[in-house]
Design a protein around this ligand. Structure first.
Ligand code: ADP
Length: 195
């Protein structure tokens, strides 16, 4: 079975993963998959939609088996629709894998080329960004500071270890407090130098 050539966009909530994922996804031969967007688009009357609401409103991750199944089902759909052509396209993953359990389940499917780690040590800067996003994008999980803090805690405890899982050779750290243009430039230069 063929593995998907993959770039991971990784970072704490508010670090700008979605912004960078969209920029990359707008370039031909890159397919952007934003896990949070897929969850938010679920019909909340379905079991999975309910599970998403329940976990995300508490600042927690949706269980791994549900998350990876949803991801895989969507990927199979876009491959069938020829929106994502794995033989010539690169996959840009934003928001998944989000813990080591997910990374393990996905190992057989991903050929990870680079993990872009968008770093922002200043927690207050992230919180400010998330609160702004809550107003602009109607994100209920960003509106409440208590939930935001819990999400940042979940990131430290569960997501950060994913960086060690992939190891230093695949990792490219980028200062997420730079302008979106500068972050995008660093990402593009890195991809350009390896492909
Ligand atoms: P952020 O980057 O701000 O955390 P996302 O839109 O990526 O926002 O995710 C919003 C919420 O969706 C998360 O807090 C989590 O509850 C759920 N979620 C998204 N991706 C995953 C994932 N890979 N595994 C489990 N839960 C996820």
């Amino acid at each position: 079975m063929m593995k998907y050539r993959t770039f991971l966009i990784f970072g704490a909530p508010g670090s700008g993963k979605g912004t960078q994922g969209k920029i990359l996804g707008a370039i031909p031969r890159f397919f952007h998959f934003a896990c949070g967007d897929v969850f938010r688009a679920l019909d909340t009357r379905t079991e999975l939609g309910q599970a998403f609401l329940e976990y995300s409103s508490r600042g927690q991750l949706v269980p791994d088996d549900l998350t990876v199944k949803l991801w895989h089902a969507r990927i199979v759909d876009v491959v069938r629709a020829h929106t994502f052509k794995p033989d010539i396209d690169s996959l840009v993953l934003d928001g998944i894998p989000r813990n080591v359990g997910q990374a393990r389940i996905m190992t057989d499917l991903l050929e990870v080329k680079t993990v872009f780690h968008l770093t922002c040590p200043d927690r207050n800067a992230l919180i400010t960004r998330l609160k702004k996003r809550a107003l602009k994008e109607n994100r209920f999980d960003d509106a409440n500071e208590e939930v935001i803090r819990r999400r940042l805690g979940t990131y430290d405890a569960e997501s950060r270890p994913v960086l060690e899982f992939y190891g230093p050779d695949l990792m490219k750290e980028i200062d997420a407090t730079q302008t979106p243009l500068k972050v995008a430039l660093e990402i593009l230069q890195t991809i350009n130098s390896i492909s």
